[in-house]
Design a protein around this ligand. Structure first.
Ligand SMILES: C[S@@+](CC[C@H](N)C(=O)[O-])C[C@H]1O[C@@H](n2cnc3c(N)ncnc32)[C@H](O)[C@@H]1O
Length: 158
């Protein structure tokens, strides 16, 4: 098992930083105003929430970037969906664990882009073998799926 995937599965590190090319492509599209989980070193926006702020105790506003500690993905995805239903746009980089209830109950309420390949997080020697997805929650797409209308959109992100 690679150094990264071993640390990933054991949850030793929770601060793997998004590769610039992946983030910049999405930032060009969405124009992020808030990084909801970061620290002073790995923040992707000037405005961010850190562990000591505790994003779960905050309202999320504007256009939010979320690359959460993967060990707690379900909790973060539930929070992201709830904040989108209150008016935020939240773009999430998460593991695509498609056989879980949380994936079906929450992640699929957004627009899903399956990431092609293995992005190499900053400081890692190689890409994570686990599949990743970009999930986009907006006020309109979460309202639509909440009303049982229109199937979610699936795309490829490369
Ligand atoms: C995977 S890193 C993402 C860093 C950066 N946002 C990025 O995209 O590269 C997750 C970050 O979430 C922070 N974090 C952990 N728990 C948090 C919480 N409850 N509220 C806000 N940030 C938290 C960690 O300290 C870590 O820096």
């Amino acid at each position: 098992m690679s150094d990264f995937s071993q640390r990933f599965s054991k949850g030793v590190r929770n601060d793997w930083e998004t590769p610039d090319d992946l983030f910049n492509k999405l930032n060009d599209e969405f124009g992020f105003t808030l990084d909801v989980c970061a620290n002073e070193t790995n923040k992707k926006c000037e405005v961010f929430f850190s562990e000591s702020d505790d994003a779960f105790t905050k309202d999320w506003n504007g256009v939010c970037w979320m690359n959460p500690p993967f060990k707690y993905t379900k909790k973060w995805v539930i929070k992201a969906l709830g904040e989108a239903q209150k008016g935020a746009t939240v773009v999430c980089l998460i593991p695509a664990i498609t056989n879980t209830h949380w994936w079906h109950d929450y992640a699929m309420k957004g627009e899903v882009r399956f990431v092609l390949g293995r992005p190499i997080f900053k400081g890692a020697k190689e890409g994570l073998p686990n599949p990743l997805a970009i999930v986009v929650f907006t006020p309109s797409n979460t309202a639509r799926t909440r009303q049982g209308q229109a199937a979610p959109q699936f795309e490829v992100f490369e």
